[in-house]
Design a protein around this ligand. Structure first.
Ligand SMILES: [Zn+2]
Length: 175
């Protein structure tokens, strides 16, 4: 051990209000704090599901299927939830489905969606597959939606260079 005597560091005493006020670090108005961001991070380096978002940008909703046991996962996975192996195939999902259930967001919307209240969210059974997806439902006021309504997949831009999916209910037939 070193023979040098240890010098006791003087304790810093903070007196009264902080001498140097915290600098104003105003974030851009459109930036959503990461922990309050309702939509997934999809940039390179932020997700290992880049294939999902690349397909979404092409207008296709896709997910993973295990070639060993055929297990279809939603959301897409890196590892098969059934047999735990990590070599998965990507498959495109049907672009139509039916409303299994829905509800309306009347308040307390996620950041960035406050101006869209009220809006509908629903569970959609995809046509021809045993997959039930959650998502926004647009195209009609929520008060005019009915369980069983047909809906179509829609890919939209979020406004900050991301894409996401939602479902569109066709408008009521013209009178
Ligand atoms: Zn598997």
């Amino acid at each position: 051990m070193s023979g040098a005597p240890r010098t006791k560091r003087p304790r810093t005493v903070l007196e009264g209000p902080a001498a140097t006020p915290a600098p104003e670090t105003a974030a851009p108005a459109e930036a959503t704090p990461l922990l309050l961001d309702f939509l997934p991070r999809e940039a390179e380096g932020e997700t290992r599901l880049g294939r999902f978002f690349a397909r979404l940008r092409e207008g296709k909703l896709s997910t993973t299927r295990c070639p060993r046991d055929g297990a279809l996962a939603w959301p897409p996975r890196l590892v098969c939830p059934k047999c735990h192996q990590g070599e998965l195939d990507w498959v495109d999902l049907p672009e139509t489905g039916h409303l299994y259930a829905f509800s309306a967001v009347l308040g307390g919307a996620p950041l960035g969606m406050e101006a869209e209240v009220p809006f509908a969210v629903g569970l959609v059974d995809l046509d021809g597959l045993a997959l039930r997806l959650f998502g926004r439902v647009v195209g009609r006021p929520w008060t005019e939606l009915r369980v069983g309504d047909s809906v179509a997949l829609e890919v939209y831009r979020t406004g900050d260079d991301r894409v996401f999916y939602r479902f569109r209910a066709p408008g009521p037939p013209a009178a």
